[in-house]
Every structure is written in C-alpha cells, then in structure tokens.
Design a binder for this molecule. Structure first.
Ligand code: HEC
Length: 100
C-alpha cells in the first residue's frame, strides 16, 4: 500500500511538466517548423509580418491549424502529402509550447 502512495505522489509531482515523449515532439516539431515554415512565419516563431504569428493560436485552434496546414489558403501553401501526420502534430506541440 505504502509503495502505491509513493508512486502516486511521484506521478502527481511530475504531471505539470512535459513528458519525455512531449519534449521529443516539441524538439522535432521545431526542426520541421524551421525547415518548412520559418521563411514566412519567422525563425523561432518570431513573426516577420509576412504571415500570421502562430503563437497567437489558442489551445482551441487545433482544428483551424490542421485545416490550414492541410489545405493552405492564399499565400499559405498546402502541405498535404509533404508533411506527415506525426510531423504536423509535432509542429503543433512546438507552437503550443511557445504560446503566449
Ligand atoms: C510561403 C509562405 C508560407 C509558408 C512557407 C508557410 N505559411 Fe502558413 N501562412 C502563410 C500566410 C500568408 C498565411 C495567412 C493566410 C490567410 O489567412 O489567407 C498563413 C497562415 C497560416 C496559419 C493560420 C494562422 C491563423 O492565425 O489564421 C497556420 C496555422 C499556418 N499558416 C501554419 C503554417 C505551417 C505549420 C507551416 C509550415 C509547415 C506554414 N504555415 C508555412 C504563409 C506561409
């Protein structure tokens, strides 16, 4: 019983921090972002004025993000087939980790 309590306490203590898997996604998302998106959306998500500041996307905007990246709009290219589902999820994790 006592051991279970200790494990529960450790889990609770860790909960607010990103897990290793999340950190991996954030790092690979940053790499995919820098390679494909930074020319317009700015290096390290610093806006250039040419395209919207992606840090302004809220936690609820996931669907908007998905639709935009898959379909594109105007000057924003479509990335369908060019960026995998995992890469898209990783970019989202990266953007959210830098959100203001
Ligand atoms: C050639 C320049 C260019 C590149 C490269 C580019 N974008 Fe965009 N993006 C734009 C422009 C311009 C818009 C605004 C389009 C509009 O609203 O009509 C935009 C809009 C968006 C939006 C919607 C933002 C909002 O607040 O409405 C998202 C999400 C987005 N881009 C993600 C990405 C991601 C992720 C990548 C890399 C895989 C990327 N973009 C690469 C130019 C670009």
């Amino acid at each position: 019983m006592r051991r279970i309590c200790i494990i529960a306490a450790i889990c609770l203590a860790c909960a607010p921090q990103p897990t290793l898997a999340q950190e991996g996604a954030i790092a690979s998302g940053a790499a995919v972002y820098e390679e494909n998106c930074s020319t317009c959306h700015g290096e390290q998500l610093r806006p250039t004025g040419a395209a919207p500041d992606l840090k302004n996307l809220g936690a609820d905007d996931r669907q908007k993000f998905e639709t935009m990246v898959l379909n594109g709009r105007g000057q924003m290219p479509s990335w369908k087939g060019a960026i995998s589902d995992d890469e898209r999820a990783a970019i989202w994790a990266y953007i959210r980790s830098r959100a203001q």
